[in-house]
Design a protein around this ligand. Structure first.
Ligand SMILES: [Zn+2]
Length: 125
């Protein structure tokens, strides 16, 4: 029950977020990947997900990145609300360390939960 409520709230907030991006001219394309919506935008470092929704930056959009981000969607589905502390926060920390150049992009991708997201995304291709 709690997971359903959280997913519903997360979905509603995500739709509002992407609607605002659309209205303000930041969304290039909206497409689908498997059963998720993919927004190609000009925001974010490379890619991120909000529950069922995938955002990829237009410069970095690729089938590999979208599959990786879909892996994060699958993590969210598998873990429910635990995805926030177990995958989302560590993933944001890795992204921050990459942006600050404390680690390389490849080092970040080798760390868990990034490695798991890539593995999950690759499994369904
Ligand atoms: Zn990732």
């Amino acid at each position: 029950m709690i997971n359903s409520v959280i997913r519903l709230a997360q979905g509603a907030l995500s739709l509002i977020f992407f609607a605002i991006l659309g209205v303000t001219g930041h969304v290039d394309t909206v497409t689908t990947y498997r059963d998720s919506l993919v927004f190609v935008t000009d925001i974010g470092a490379a890619g991120f997900t909000t529950g069922e929704f995938i955002n990829v930056h237009r410069v970095y959009a690729s089938p590999q990145l979208i599959a990786h981000e879909y892996g994060h969607v699958l993590q969210s589905r598998k873990l429910g609300w635990l995805a926030l502390p177990l995958t989302a926060i560590p993933s944001m920390a890795i992204a921050a360390m990459t942006t600050m150049e404390l680690i390389t992009f490849d080092q970040g991708r080798a760390m868990w939960p990034e490695s798991w997201a890539t593995e999950l995304g690759d499994d369904i291709r």
